[in-house]
Design a protein. Sequence first.
Length: 161
Amino acid sequence: MKKRIDIPVVPAADSHIPEVVEIWKEFMDFHSDIDPFLERRDDGHEHFENYLRERIDSDDAAVLVALDEDRVIGYSIVFISNHPPVLKTERYGFIDSLAVRSTYRRRGVGTAILKKMHEWFDSRGIDRIQLNVLPGNEIGNSFWRKSGFRDFTHTLCMDKK
């Protein structure tokens, strides 16, 4: 069993962006192995970097990074969204992504990041959190279910090729 580590999780700064982008590439490649539809474009990292900067600067979003000394070993992107105004609970939190470098998985990093995400949502009065996870992502599904998440909706798709 891998040794669990105690790491700080902090809001991302511009200086963290290059390392977050590298982890994102690993994250996307992992997911494209599960579903080739998720294969990243050659310039995808440039668009992701712009997306990161927008989320870092947003009042309704956060980019959090886990650090091992000065090295980024994981990140998450969260934001507040709204359901249509037909539901009593309109505002909800959305976990866009949580990724940990493969060499640091199963050492408590994801759990530490999730704890900070909960604190961020709590500070904004958000009680409901949603996320998407691929059915074939056994690692992700196991982590989220162990963390208390349950099925809510199922998104179906069809490739007409």
